[in-house]
Design a protein around this ligand. Structure first.
Ligand SMILES: [Zn+2]
Length: 254
């Protein structure tokens, strides 16, 4: 009985559409909203609304998750998967927000296979089958300073897409064989440039850690510094554009 009541309330909220104050907040915060066509904007609003309602938003101790915070995370996550099939991020059932950088103590592994017990600062984390985790001050900083070229929400959600096939290897499931072939070629060559230190500085050097991190930071560059990425790595920008189905150059100043 409780379940069906909740379901009815959820349907009523979705029926009522994207709340006006959400429209205002997103228009202020995200210049890309104005760059979406009508079809894309309506799909993005519906999916963002669903993600805010359906996700379990959890706060770290002595912190509280507001609608504004949930909306800010969901809006960006749903931009990333706007041209992907419905439910591409349905593996994300919970999001945990911390007020600021999380320092992990004790033995842990942040990078596959490398175990450390040094205190490690974490701005965000995507654990397979687990919640997404973010430092709220970093989420907000990335939104307010897109010119820095970093975006922790896009970064962690790229990890979620990468792991849809159960493998953390920098290649999400790609059905188009031509794109799959071009993807491997473009990503391998750009990854090698990052590893060798010959990248012109568009893709964060952290991408050299492994192909999974490479995809995450290349995704950040694709959305935050699209013109520079297209100039430095046209093939990489091309495959990311075909995969994400978006061209962020449309809403980003050159
Ligand atoms: Zn990462």
């Amino acid at each position: 009985m409780f379940g069906s009541r909740r379901r009815r309330e959820r349907e009523a909220l979705l029926q009522a559409g994207f709340p006006d104050d959400w429209h205002r907040l997103c228009a202020e915060r995200f210049p890309w909203v104005a760059g979406l066509d009508d079809d894309q904007r309506l799909r993005w609003e519906r999916r963002t609304h669903e993600m805010v309602l359906d996700t379990f938003w959890e706060a770290a101790r002595d912190f509280e998750v507001t609608d504004e915070m949930a909306l800010t995370v969901a809006a960006q996550a749903q931009l990333l998967v706007l041209e992907q099939p419905d439910g591409s991020l349905s593996a994300v059932r919970a999001v945990v927000l911390h007020p600021t950088t999380i320092v992990v103590e004790g033995e842990h592994s942040q990078v596959d296979g490398l175990v450390s017990d040094d205190p490690t600062p974490i701005l965000g984390e995507a654990v397979e089958h687990g919640p997404l985790l973010f430092a709220w001050d970093e989420v907000l900083h990335d939104v307010e300073h897109p010119e820095v070229g970093r975006n922790v929400v896009l970064h962690e959600c790229a990890h979620v897409l990468d792991q849809l096939d159960g493998v953390f290897d920098g290649t999400p499931p790609i059905t188009d064989p031509e794109l799959a072939r071009d993807w491997v070629r473009a990503c391998t060559s750009a990854y090698e440039a990052v590893v060798e230190g010959t990248d012109p500085g568009v893709v964060d050097p952290y991408g050299g850690v492994n192909p999974g991190e490479f995809l995450a930071v290349a995704t950040e560059a694709f959305f935050c510094e699209p013109h520079a990425l297209h100039r430095a790595h046209p093939d990489l920008a091309d495959v990311l554009g075909r995969y994400y189905g978006l061209d962020p150059r449309r809403w980003t100043r050159a």
